[in-house]
Write a protein of this length. Structure first.
Length: 234
């Protein structure tokens, strides 16, 4: 379980998060929604230590993450997939995946590679191809697969649908739903496509100007026309 309490964070003199608190239940998808500039990406970066919190607590299980170096997080079972599909284009698909396996225990376990290939058959078909030939959707699958190589308990996922065709978005969201249902993965999903996020989420947190304005079951938010119109635009 991931628990945030009173978390504030800044970029220089600009406060990006204000006293943020919520709990992401274990083995569930928590969708973090809101307009551009609401603080969603900053929130994930603060959880993973890329942005240091000015105050507050971020706990994963019994571990206080605000006092833990970013380099140690994969070993604790946390994986962060930033926005932007950042593959190493000069390396092959398999080489990119193997790098992800080193993050947990400095070993690439064959069963992890087999598991990722079973989830993404396209990656197995192109395992020897360099990553620069992949489409945007294929690169998104590769960065998610690379994160899964560390067998995380908690996956932080930033805007996986950005710029992708609806068919590919549906594939990725179906995969996430399956990982949660079958493997017990805990996911914190930052997503601009609120409809798709709510379709697989169990919990929904809405940020506005760096503050939590909604924190409730995803199905409740999906049915609340007033809140959706006010904060999500649909």
């Amino acid at each position: 379980m991931l628990t945030l309490s009173g978390v504030s964070a800044s970029y220089g003199a600009v406060r990006a998060l204000h006293d943020v608190g919520f709990t992401a239940p274990e083995g569930k998808v928590t969708a973090v929604l809101g307009a551009n500039g609401a603080g969603k990406t900053t929130l994930l970066r603060t959880i993973s230590g890329l942005v240091r919190a000015d105050s507050g607590s971020v706990r994963f299980g019994d571990r206080e993450l605000t006092r833990t170096s970013t380099e140690r997080l994969p070993g604790l079972g946390l994986a962060h997939v930033p926005e932007g599909r950042g593959v190493i284009t000069e390396l092959t698909v398999e080489e990119n995946l193997r790098l992800g396996g080193l993050g947990r225990d400095n070993r690439v376990r064959p069963e992890r590679l087999d598991r990722v290939f079973s989830l993404f058959p396209m990656l197995e078909e192109r395992r020897g191809a360099t990553a620069h030939v992949l489409s945007g959707g294929e690169r998104q699958m590769l960065v998610i697969g690379r994160a899964l190589m560390a067998s995380p308990a908690l996956l932080l996922l930033d805007e996986p649908s950005l710029g992708l065709a609806p068919r590919v978005v549906a594939q990725i969201f179906d995969l996430l739903g399956g990982l949660v249902a079958d493997d017990g993965l805990t996911v914190v999903l930052v997503e601009q496509n609120a409809r798709s996020a709510l379709s697989i989420a169990h919990r929904a947190v809405v940020l506005s100007l760096g503050r939590v304005v909604v924190d409730e079951p995803a199905d409740v938010l999906a049915r609340d026309d007033q809140l959706r119109h006010a904060y999500l635009g649909f």
